[in-house]
Design a protein around this ligand. Sequence first.
Ligand code: SF4
Ligand code: SF4
Length: 351
Amino acid sequence: MEKRRLGRTDIMASRLGFGGMTIPRVSKKEAVATLQKALDLGVNFIDTAAAYGRGDSEEKIGQVMKTRRHECFLSSRTKDADKAGMARAIDKSLRRLKTDQIDVYGSHDVSTQARYDLLLGPGRAIEALQKARDAGKIRFIGVTTHNWALARKMIQTDLLDAMLITYNISNREADGWVIPAAKERDVGLFVMKVFGNSRLLRLTPTDEDRHPTVRECLRFALANDDLPVILTGAKSPEEIAENAAIVEEFEGMSEEEGAELRAFGDRLSRGYCYGCDYCMPCPAEIEIPRIMRILQYRERLSWEWPQITAQYRSFERNFQDCTDCGQCEERCPQNIPVREWLKKAHQSLGA
Ligand code: SF4
Ligand code: SF4
């Protein structure tokens, strides 16, 4: 399989990477078989996170790393945001992954200013990461975020070597600032959610539309030369083989196919909140993007997890605090009726 350089890490990673987010949903036997198949097919970049299945993803990957660690690069991260928590989390990930070194390690979902502040700066988690790098426990520092403004800010610190971002036919926000900034600073980008968390494959299509296919979604990401590694979250050997075959046969995309897929993605993304944060700050200090995100989990993906309600109720400010100033709606590029959605969230999750 074709290999690409992952920015300043100089890691030569396979174009298709193994995303470990979905393996907590399958048995250990199936997860191990899927990862074995990925390695057999030449996939050499394995990404996971301590939060995926609360360590289950790392543990399942560790079962394969016992014998095949030398065949791949490992990437993981933690939601433990402070310095001491980061140091402990690195050791736990090493134990679960059954290795003495992780290639890329860092902070998970740095999408709020509070998490950014915990990661970067004197006395912050970045120091634990740098210490672990000096001790050889990790090789490079990475991060993942859903906030484009913070993504660019983090790239410009020059403290990070790699970044995991979202990119798909209906979410191409990274094209604007983040990809050019990463290119300029030589930060290695790897990409998740090429199927939009499977959202794109499961959306209820409008009358004139249909679902995009796995092939279309994957080809669209592959066509972007500035994205060296594309992760997919396969749950079976067959799925990873299907993904690998698409990558192997890819020989570029015509202007026409690219334009069609972009237009298709635009139609699908109409009215969808991407957590871009442009609506912030809210004078009433309501965390609008986070409320929008969990409302969408419920409304568009029909997720009914109790955690969604619990998370909503943990927000200190909500619809009831809105002063109706309308600033959020003026700034939202997706034209989302924020106030109406906040009300809906409160009615369905806050009561
Ligand atoms: S509501 Fe609009 S501006 Fe706010 S995060 Fe969502 S898409 Fe971005
Ligand atoms: S309309 Fe409400 S939610 Fe929107 S910015 Fe104003 S106070 Fe915040």
